[in-house]
Write a protein of this length. Structure first.
Length: 594
């Protein structure tokens, strides 16, 4: 999830326009190839982890560099209106560390990625006005922790859980049903509908052969998660209406917040709270009978109405007081009953298989450090460990689980670090890392690699707020309102907006983006004079020129005023020495590279 780049597109305002009906849905496709929308899509793509993956046509994000943003906007328009798209390159990745099962992954061409991103930026805020709060996957400012919090909170009074497993969900999405569900939710623009319909039906390359595929959204595509949520939206509404929120508004007793649940229990209605994270569906019930009813009705709905396949072997009803249930990497179980509150005591811990997988990955990373000690190897270790801590720190037995993992890799860790890192007691490096997250650990000393702290896996800080009851209810008046987390540029929004508008016709889209980033990051300060350069006077200079194989990368650009730039490229650039006698080294370097 990304913060709102308001100087490209104000996503917060776009959401409000959809919510208040101020957006012309008939012309929504024009917003897709609007030059500002393409600019934001390009910026988001530049930060994605898979930007350098090549499609079957050999294109990746670098392919877009030689085009201006205006030209890319015209390409998006042409491909959208004429439904131009390439086949997907299919590859397989292991589902688990044992590599017993493989998951198909579709890698699209960069042109398809750009069009998909532009569509996503328009449809996402519209769909957010329609989606229900029982859906937690792939949504703005909603994470797996919200779903985990809902499960833990509700299982205290509803310990019977129906866990549904959809067989090859992404691969069985039907284009006709997708078309129907998009129309039902309010997306009636024929250009968008036809493009997504064709997107699902397009085939893929496997072993250099074209394979026609009339169903499925490729996993790994940008539009895949959005289509997956759209596909099951009406299912979410149907399940919520018949389970938690009885739909007949004339029956006031079912809408009285104080006694609603009690009144429902006096009827023969099945009562359940459902939680969906993509294709992981849980229905939490008070007794097994209700869970059995839900299993029958949901199976009938999904197989008949949605043409989806239910994996009978993995679909199961759990009694958490007697057995344990896995959900999103956590194991839930009931360990007691609170007589005073009338609630079950619910705990969660790390699955044994996941603990073994973590130990194996830790050993792999430590062996890489052992073979080649370098900053990158240490950074990869820290990234993995911090990621684990951030995801699992809401787990009840977090400290106990990670202490056990720490003991299993203890000898290898200390043996590796004693040879390749330095043990110090100076606390500042550790305390300044991750805003002091690990301040309470390593008080008696810790390992560093060139002043970079090495985080130990048993440095476990449990966070009660991570999956507490409060997080189970996602209250977002506007999901694109990030408050204090909103991106804050180094200069005014007016200056950034001016640069964005004047960069649209620059021949290289990469230069257009980094030209803005450089000015903002240095707060408009000149590379030579050290004084502020007004945005109208700003010239972006290549430290190593293009004719000497210089790049458009951020590090190769600097901020100069118009006068400084003219003098630098004049026959007598030495005049800069007289103007800035204290910047001789920088001036010499710039002149030498000309």
């Amino acid at each position: 999830m990304s913060t709102n780049n308001i100087y490209y597109v104000d996503m917060e305002q776009r959401f409000n326009d959809f919510k208040n009906g101020n957006f012309e849905m008939d012309k929504i496709h024009e917003t897709v190839y609007d030059i500002d929308n393409v600019s934001l899509a390009l910026r988001r793509l530049s930060k994605s982890s898979g930007r350098m993956s090549k499609g079957h046509d050999g294109t990746n994000f670098q392919t877009l560099e030689k085009y201006s943003i205006y030209e890319l906007s015209e390409i998006v328009k042409d491909r959208l209106l004429n439904r131009k798209m390439n086949y997907v390159r299919r590859m397989y990745i292991p589902k688990d560390r044992k590599k017993s099962k493989m998951r198909p992954l579709g890698i699209c061409s960069v042109w398809d990625k750009l069009v998909e991103k532009c569509i996503q930026l328009v449809l996402d805020p519209y769909c957010e006005t329609k989606f229900v709060d029982s859906s937690f996957g792939f949504r703005e400012q909603v994470s797996a922790h919200n779903a985990l919090a809902r499960v833990k909170n509700q299982c205290q009074t509803m310990p019977f859980v129906l866990s549904l497993d959809l067989q090859d969900y992404f691969g069985t999405l039907d284009p006709d049903i997708t078309y129907r569900e998009m129309w039902h939710i309010g997306i009636k623009n024929q250009v968008i509908l036809n493009y997504i319909y064709q997107f699902i039906k397009k085939g893929y390359y496997e072993d250099s052969c074209k394979v026609e595929s009339p169903k499925g959204a490729p996993q790994g595509s940008i539009l895949g998660p959005l289509i997956a949520n759209l596909y099951l939206h009406r299912f979410d509404v149907w399940l919520k209406d018949q389970g938690d929120c009885w739909h007949d508004e004339n029956l006031a007793k079912f809408h009285d917040e104080r006694n609603r649940r009690r009144n429902l229990e006096r009827t023969n209605l099945k009562i359940g709270i459902h939680v969906r994270y993509a294709d992981d569906i849980l229905v939490l019930c008070k007794d097994r009978e209700d869970a059995e009813k839900f299993k029958f009705s949901i199976t009938k709905y999904l197989t008949r109405n949605m043409k989806l396949l239910i994996n009978e072997d993995k679909t199961k009803i759990y009694d958490l007081s007697k057995e344990r249930m896995k959900f999103l990497g956590y194991v839930f179980y009931v360990w007691g009953f609170n007589q005073n509150k009338g609630k079950h005591r619910v705990s969660n811990k790390l699955p044994k298989e996941k603990a073994d997988e973590i130990v194996e990955k830790c050993r792999e990373l430590l062996n890489k450090i052992k073979k080649k000690p370098c900053f990158e190897a240490i950074h990869n270790w820290n990234t993995y460990v911090v990621g684990l801590h951030n995801y699992y720190k809401g787990m009840t037995h977090f400290y106990k689980c990670f202490t056990c993992i720490g003991w299993r890799v203890r000898k290898l860790f200390y043996h590796t670090m004693s040879r390749n890192a330095k043990f110090i007691k100076e606390q500042s490096y550790k305390n300044n890392f991750m805003e002091g997250t690990y301040r309470s650990w390593g008080i008696n000393g810790y390992y560093t690699f060139k002043c970079y702290p090495v985080i130990e896996i048993w440095w476990a800080n449990w966070d009660i707020k991570q999956i507490c009851g409060k997080r189970s209810r996602v209250a977002r008046e506007n999901p694109y309102d990030y408050g204090d987390k909103k991106h804050k540029p180094g200069v005014s929004l007016e200056a950034i907006g001016y640069l964005v508008n004047t960069s649209k016709h620059i021949k290289s889209s990469r230069l257009a983006m980094f030209r803005v980033s450089k000015y903002s990051s240095v707060k408009g300060i000149s590379y030579l004079s050290g004084e502020f350069v007004p945005v109208e006077d700003y010239h972006c200079h290549h430290i190593i020129p293009k004719h000497k194989n210089g790049t458009h990368d951020f590090e190769n650009l600097c901020v100069l005023s118009e006068a400084e730039h003219i003098i630098l490229h004049s026959p007598t650039p030495e005049r800069l020495y007289e103007l800035y006698p204290k910047r001789k080294a920088k001036i010499k370097m710039l002149i030498k590279n000309l």
